[in-house]
Design a protein around this ligand. Structure first.
Ligand code: URA
Length: 268
């Protein structure tokens, strides 16, 4: 976990305590075993008291706590190590990642797919059951609808780049927590940097909220131009929502037309 890499036991414990996080110590400390920490938003398995797989649960909880310390020196150091990676190295780092509790429940990581030089980048929320099984984003029912949206724009799936906010499937398809998104953020940032798209489409509230660092409702974020650094960004409804509320497709189409304009003009 992040803490083990850069802090000694005492520093780590005071850091967790300073954040108001309960520190769980094993009754029978195993040599080298890290301290487990339960954080209120560290995810279902991390928040569970003494788990059977103590080491895995401990690492997950500790890293989730590290990620919860938004902007902390440790998370920053890890992000720094990811910032320079090329595609292959980045892919390997994602595949091996155990930075948050979500790794415990995955079949495999879901990295991202498409043209690494794409003009359009779509960023969703998290893998669902089908994505977890196949290792590719947006291949379930919502994905079929995303493909349709792309076709309407004259874009083939392999001409855009598609990624998610988190690379592991949350249990029961719940939304990823802010801490989980934060733990995965450096991977996404590097993907964005490597693709360097002309426009980003943030698909759904979780993606938009995490990318823009806001909890404004999606109804207020969509329909206008944002920026992520120098890259124009448009927020739109998630295709899973459109499956339940097809009448909103009209608004999504308007968002995609805005994104197309921004991709061409380069400025909001
Ligand atoms: N929903 C998402 O946000 N991403 C996927 O990959 C699948 C469904």
């Amino acid at each position: 976990g992040f803490f083990r890499m850069h802090l000694n036991e005492q520093q780590r414990r005071s850091y967790l305590e300073a954040m108001g996080i309960d520190v769980w110590l094993p009754r029978d400390p195993v040599a080298g075993a890290p301290v487990a920490a339960a954080s209120p938003d560290a995810g279902a398995s991390a928040a569970a008291p003494p788990a059977t797989d103590t080491v895995a649960a401990t690492v997950a909880a500790t890293s989730a706590a590290a990620a919860a310390a938004d902007g902390g020196a440790v998370a920053g150091a890890v992000a720094g190590a990811i910032a320079g990676l090329d595609w292959d190295a980045l892919r390997r780092r994602v595949a091996d990642c155990t930075s948050c509790a979500l790794h415990c429940g995955r079949t495999q990581t879901v990295f991202g797919v498409g043209d690494p030089g794409a003009s359009w980048m779509f960023i969703g929320e998290a893998p669902g059951a089908e994505e977890d099984r196949r290792g590719e984003p947006f291949v379930g029912r919502a994905g079929k609808l995303l493909d349709e949206m792309l076709r309407s724009l004259g874009l083939a799936r392999d001409r855009v780049y598609i990624a998610n906010t988190v690379k592991c499937r949350p249990p029961g398809n719940r939304n990823p927590t802010g801490a989980e998104a934060q733990a995965c953020r450096a991977f996404l940032d590097r993907q964005i940097e490597l693709v360097a798209p002309d426009v980003i489409v943030a698909v759904g509230k979780v993606s938009a909220g995490n990318l823009l660092g806001t909890d404004e409702p999606i109804g207020r974020l969509r329909g206008r131009a944002h920026r992520l650094g120098t890259i124009p960004l448009v927020v739109t409804y998630h295709p899973a929502y459109l499956l339940r509320s097809p009448a909103q497709k009209r608004l999504v189409w308007a968002d995609l037309c805005l994104a197309r304009e921004l991709a061409q003009s380069g400025s909001p």
